[in-house]
Design a protein. Structure first.
Lengths: 373, 373
DNA sequence: TTGTGCCTTGAATCTCGCA
DNA sequence: CTGCGAGATTCAAGGCACA
């Protein structure tokens, strides 16, 4: 398989006089972009290597092995090498973008600050940074940091003043129950049947979910537009473009990914007419941790909580746990223990005493929920 | 009011031989940080200016004043000046941080990519990027972009390998109802009574909510730690530090903000006693060798230990090692080997069978710990 | 057919103290 | 500074077997 990486055109690719639509071009994305006509592409979506620098092996608490992204294409000798690579492909991208065009680049904290800085250096103008909040990220198995639960996309036009870009404001609003679409998008990672497999293993180590590309393309392209993806990989961009009646151009070096993406896109049935209508995301009841009320100052650490009969009391601590006679834990745990019960809903069990009235702490939770909509 | 901006010490501040705790120092934050002792500060929280047009408040690296507001910089000059300024203050910050220290920097897409890139260039190691997801952001009135509904914080230690930083994992988990705290934080913006007013107008244009600093300080500092804020502004960092029993040092140029913050912090009532306690890390608890239980007679040599599935068993020996099918070693080593796992926590893996109930040997350890207390 | 419980898996910069 | 060994550490979904 190693050899496939070396499959490249022997020479610089011949310049294209017209756009090779709905194809995957094999080769180095910088050379390929340089061979395309200038100002010819409506939108670029790019998922470049993140340059993650993983050290050893990682195991889950149950001792199962975490399969890492250790592909050769993600390895760079230094930040400087990564920066040079980034500057080169973003410069090539700028040339082929129409003046009305925009570019999306996705990354994580490992690379997105390099990318964002270089985008601005080149002259791109950031329209938004979009946070993809994953509903089901991988946890932090060692308890050393916050769970890395999001990735970031930068959405830019060609420069300050290039203001005729496409933004389908109303479609986005409709997609979001008639409220302006925000810069944070809550979407699951790509798993289940959508995740492409080869011989029972991941077909690509970093396949993106179609829902993400769906929103990207629906927001920033029109039907018939040309979308170019310089790091085509498993071809999510192409699959969603075809589904939405957009034209795609995929650039990819490796045989195995080209064949994976080709098969995948061939299976895609384009949506037509009404089928293009959108199912709004269901809004689940937000989970409000008790600690959130403490952070927000709605309940001060040191406050005493009581049960309705005032037989039991507990004191709130700074981290949102409570303490009753040296027994510490969550509102639910302590509520259960003081009663000798197997479980307890702390939200309805514990009360605040305000001017001789007992108010269940659940009232405060409802206030917070109300703020959220 | 314009004049207040020019209030600066005439000369470079005199070096401090010890930390000026719980004070606001007036002047240029770079000069002030350079006057503080090296490796003396536990955590830095910084909310630097976002504005790339600088408004004459910033200085070139040689400290020459960047002249008037009406200079027509093109954006490249502006970015370069901003970068130089950022590099300078982040370098000064690196010097005064303890080797166990960490830094937080908050920003928006206008500046955070410059900041992140320079942090990495200096050698800081990103631990997380945290997204503050605002529950009540300002809408995008013109409908030309997505609602800009978040800001980003970078949390870094001094470099790869500086791994003894403070992260109160268990307290964060408790604050989030026993689920790992994620990298996206949902918190409201600062408004209502919390928002400081001067003559009916905002006292500071970018006052951060106390809830944000609460989570920052609770996660990455311990009681009594020193927190420095080089862009003190309205003093949110100081207010929350005082409330949580941490020491603060505020750096600020402008008279009006110093007086605003001083009054504010004077009103803060520190939390005391139990209220300040947080869930401790398991690693911080006393180490009890398994052999200790044998010595104390809590487990007799010859006792048989089993795993929860009763697939594996082992016999306790007089020296606190155990033996399973002629394989001898610690509870952890044998636990790992019988499972063919890379590692094992013997305390939770091995159980005693008492009257048909399986009791993890960890409960015995807890008894010993309780006695020590 | 539907519900339950078990198993698998995901762009991850993932330990620490002591000899 | 390195090596060794104790011992701490996971959330949401989807698939599948089985009742």
């Amino acid at each position: 398989m190693k050899t496939s990486k070396k499959v490249k055109p022997a020479a610089t690719p011949k310049p294209y006089t017209e756009l090779p639509l709905n194809q995957i071009l094999q080769g180095n994305c910088i050379e390929l972009m340089n061979s395309l006509p200038e100002k010819s592409v409506d939108v670029i979506f790019a998922d470049p290597p993140y340059n993650m620098q993983l050290k050893g092996e990682l195991h889950r608490p149950d001792n199962s092995h975490v399969s890492a992204v250790n592909d050769e294409w993600d390895k760079f000798d230094s930040l400087a090498v990564y920066d040079d690579f980034t500057r080169e492909w973003l410069t090539a991208a700028h040339r082929i973008l129409k003046d009305t065009g925009t570019i999306w680049v996705i990354g994580s904290y490992h690379n997105i600050y390099r990318v964002g800085s270089i985008l601005q250096d080149i002259g791109y103008w950031v329209l938004n940074d979009i946070v993809w909040r994953k509903t089901n990220p991988m946890p932090n198995f060692r308890g050393t940091r916050f769970t890395n639960a999001h990735e970031t996309m930068l959405w830019c036009n060609k420069g300050e003043g290039y203001n005729k870009y496409t933004f389908n404001y109303d479609a986005m609003k409709a997609l979001n129950e008639d409220i302006q679409m925000r810069s944070d998008w809550v979407l699951p990672i790509c798993s289940g049947k959508e995740r492409l497999k080869v011989n029972g293993h991941k077909g690509h180590s970093t396949q993106k979910p179609e829902s993400l590309l769906y929103r990207v393309l629906l927001s920033s392209t029109n039907k018939g537009d040309v979308v170019l993806d310089p790091f085509f990989g498993s071809g999510t961009t192409g699959a969603v473009a075809k589904k939405l009646g957009r034209n795609y151009i995929g650039l990819e070096m490796e045989d195995k990914y080209i064949s994976l993406a080709t098969d995948r896109i061939n299976m895609v049935e384009p949506l037509t007419g009404d089928a293009l209508e959108i199912t709004p995301a269901k809004r689940a009841q937000a989970r409000i941790p008790f600690g959130n009320l403490v952070e927000r100052g709605m309940i001060k650490p040191g406050t005493v909580l009581v049960d309705p009969s005032k037989k039991h009391s507990a004191k709130v601590r700074a981290d949102g746990t409570i303490i009753s006679k040296d027994d510490k834990g969550s509102i639910h745990q302590i509520g259960a223990r003081v009663q000798g019960a197997p479980s307890c809903n702390g939200w309805t069990f514990w009360h605040l005493e305000v001017q001789n009235n007992l108010i269940p702490i659940d009232t405060l939770r409802q206030q917070v929920r109300a703020e959220l909509h």
